[in-house]
Design a protein around this ligand. Structure first.
Ligand SMILES: *Cc1c(COP(=O)(O)O)cnc(C)c1O
Length: 350
């Protein structure tokens, strides 16, 4: 820390991304990326676009937003794009949560970081012992609420009717639903944004769209909420989404058949891996995401993490209360998961 850092940030705990090691070749199952490349059409589309890189990108993201609007059957005024969904989460915390916000004690690690960055009071509502959300604890709170659906890192999904109940019972506060993993088995709340002016849904191209490196997310909500988010964006970085990414995002919308195929592959690999882990004595949640959240009764989460790493496999482990015995495993290709299972068997029989 330099002596110049503003004192308000001296105790800020920044977000820790999953490791990106290059000392050897790892099977990377630690940051919930897709193991599959983007479709060819998306890659080809940017060769010509690159010639325009002398110019600033369209700050409004007009073409991409129009295609997204068509795709979701909403109006362009209902959408804003961001440099990853993380940026839109940051804009949302900044714009709406000055009076405080609620989220589960176990959820996406960035929520408390944004809260601390913007000096926002937050309350964590403990998940139940099976890591499910008791929605009664979110009704009539008269408070802003953030929920990842499916939740991270548990993968457990809420029903659409439960999201609606929470939204309806807190009509004067923002209900932000982070749907980073929705394509892997949950129901999207996007349609409910037409009915509820306080509902804000955020999506990303990073997980099911194979574009984590392009940095693209979007938010869908009532026009006044989008207007407020644009105010944040135009006060921070009007050119937040670069030209190539805007183009890739628009082309990707036409590649639904490719994405459906890959998504189904990931879902069936997830169920296959679940069964294999069960056979080895693991306990796991009912994950509807592209990862599994599991623990083994006879080996600690940290030991599993360390031994997998020694064997060239990266997974995620948190040394935090309630979940330190768990590991989170991103679903890779069937070949990667077979290797993972083999290494797990060796570790358990050592
Ligand atoms: C991965 C993830 C994000 C961030 O996605 P980006 O679009 O890559 O910034 C947001 N929320 C949750 C719950 C995630 O897991």
């Amino acid at each position: 820390m330099s002596k110049f850092l503003s004192t308000q940030f001296s105790s800020l705990n920044a977000y820790t991304p999953g490791e990106q090691l290059s000392d050897k070749k790892y099977i990377k199952l630690n940051t919930n990326e897709s193991p599959y490349s983007p479709p060819d059409a998306v890659i080809k589309a940017i060769t010509d676009e690159a010639k325009k890189l002398n110019l600033y990108p369209n700050p409004d993201g007009t073409q991409l937003i129009e295609k997204l609007a068509q795709n979701y059957n909403v109006n362009p005024e209902n959408i804003i794009i961001g440099n990853g969904s993380d940026e839109l989460l940051a804009f949302s915390f900044l714009a709406f949560f000055q009076q405080g916000v609620l989220f589960p004690d176990i959820t996406y690690g960035f929520y408390p970081v944004y809260a601390e960055l913007y000096n926002i009071t937050y309350n964590k509502i403990p998940l139940q012992s099976d890591f499910t959300i008791n929605i009664q604890e979110y009704l009539n709170k008269n408070q802003n609420i953030v929920l990842a659906n499916p939740n991270a890192p548990t993968g457990i999904a809420l029903k659409l009717s439960q999201i609606e109940e929470i939204t309806k019972s807190n009509p004067n506060h923002i209900i932000l639903i982070d749907e980073a993993y929705v394509d892997f088995g949950a129901k999207s709340a996007v349609n409910l944004t037409k009915q509820y002016e306080n509902l804000l849904v955020i999506h990303t191209y990073s997980k099911s769209r194979s574009l984590a490196g392009a940095r693209l997310g979007y938010a869908i909500a009532s026009p006044p909420i989008i207007e407020d988010l644009n105010k944040m964006k135009y006060s921070f970085n009007p050119y937040n989404v670069n030209t190539l990414t805007q183009t890739m995002g628009a082309i990707a919308i036409d590649e639904e058949s490719y994405y459906t195929e890959k998504r189904n592959e990931i879902i069936s690999t997830r169920e296959y891996t679940k069964n294999k882990l069960q056979e080895q004595g693991f306990i796991h949640t009912d994950s509807k995401a592209n990862f599994l959240f599991a623990k083994h009764p006879s080996i600690s989460g940290f030991d599993l993490y360390s031994k997998l790493k020694e064997n060239g496999i990266l997974i995620r482990h948190w040394n935090t209360p309630r979940i330190s015995d768990h590991i989170r495993i991103t679903i890779g290709t069937p070949e990667q998961m077979d290797k993972f299972i083999k290494v797990i068997q060796n570790i358990l029989h050592q």
